[in-house]
Design a protein around this ligand. Structure first.
Ligand SMILES: [Zn+2]
Ligand SMILES: [Zn+2]
Length: 245
């Protein structure tokens, strides 16, 4: 498990270092080099542990017969619906992690950093990384059964890779399309806004923020500072005026 985590981390590290070299924000390219290795390893181990625990569960065997063929229209349709549903559930889990004083103690780890790069997607507390992945893997297991679990975990794992891109040191904005699909600049603002009244909480589909009133969007530029922000924040830091939302 540890070896797999190291290889996975190293491959992503090489890819995003190159990505940062090509597309990194001018003046911030060094920030990509400061990665959270230990916390990232723990997160990867927790993801694998949650998958291993769920795979040990006995098959419930109440999945409908039409789901037995992975390539059938209905299986693909239900996988797509599950993809959207999981993003919706993740929005609410994320909101609870901000709003509940108890859960915030764990989620604040993700917000403590003053800079963003791909590895900050893995900067999570053990409670958050293990708890949320256990919940999602259990959801997939109940819906699709044990046989397809590995395939689905890989499929849904692609979302994790997109999460690395969202945190990467790059200013990619989608303009009006960001209402339908999140961009790095959209998520960068999540790390720059007030943490007790969070904005831009969605992972993939910002429409959840729009519906539930937590949408900020991409703003007119990339945020200048990141970290834990509350309403007592001063409006200037190091002589620069900063925006507090
Ligand atoms: Zn958050
Ligand atoms: Zn984040």
């Amino acid at each position: 498990m540890l070896l797999f985590a190291i290889i996975y981390y190293a491959v992503n590290g090489v890819f995003f270092s190159f990505f940062n070299f090509l597309f990194g924000i001018n003046g911030r390219k060094n920030s990509s080099k400061r990665v959270d290795f230990t916390k990232s390893m723990l997160t990867l181990m927790m993801w694998m542990l949650s998958f291993s625990l769920i795979s040990l569960l006995p098959e419930f065997g109440f999945q409908p017969a039409f789901l037995s063929d992975i390539y059938s229209f209905w299986t693909i349709a239900i996988i797509l619906i599950a993809f959207i549903l999981i993003d919706f559930l993740e929005y609410w889990i994320h909101l609870f992690f901000h709003k509940s004083p108890f859960l915030w103690k764990f989620h604040r780890v993700h917000h403590e950093s003053f800079e963003l790069n791909w590895s900050k997607a893995l900067r999570l507390s053990v409670v958050e990384s293990f708890g949320t992945s256990l919940f999602i893997n259990l959801f997939l297991f109940i819906l699709f059964g044990k046989e397809k679990l590995i395939l689905l975990v890989i499929l849904f794992g692609s979302k994790r890779f997109y999460g690395f891109f969202l945190h990467s040191n790059t200013d990619v904005a989608y303009g009006k399309a960001v209402l339908y699909f999140s961009s790095p600049r959209f998520h960068h603002w999540h790390h720059a806004t007030l943490t007790q009244n969070p904005l831009n909480l969605s992972t993939l589909f910002p429409i959840w923020d729009k519906i539930f009133g937590t949408y900020y969007g991409e703003g007119s530029e990339i945020p200048r500072i990141y970290g834990i922000r509350n309403s007592e924040d001063k409006l200037s830091q190091n002589g620069k005026t900063i925006q507090v939302i």
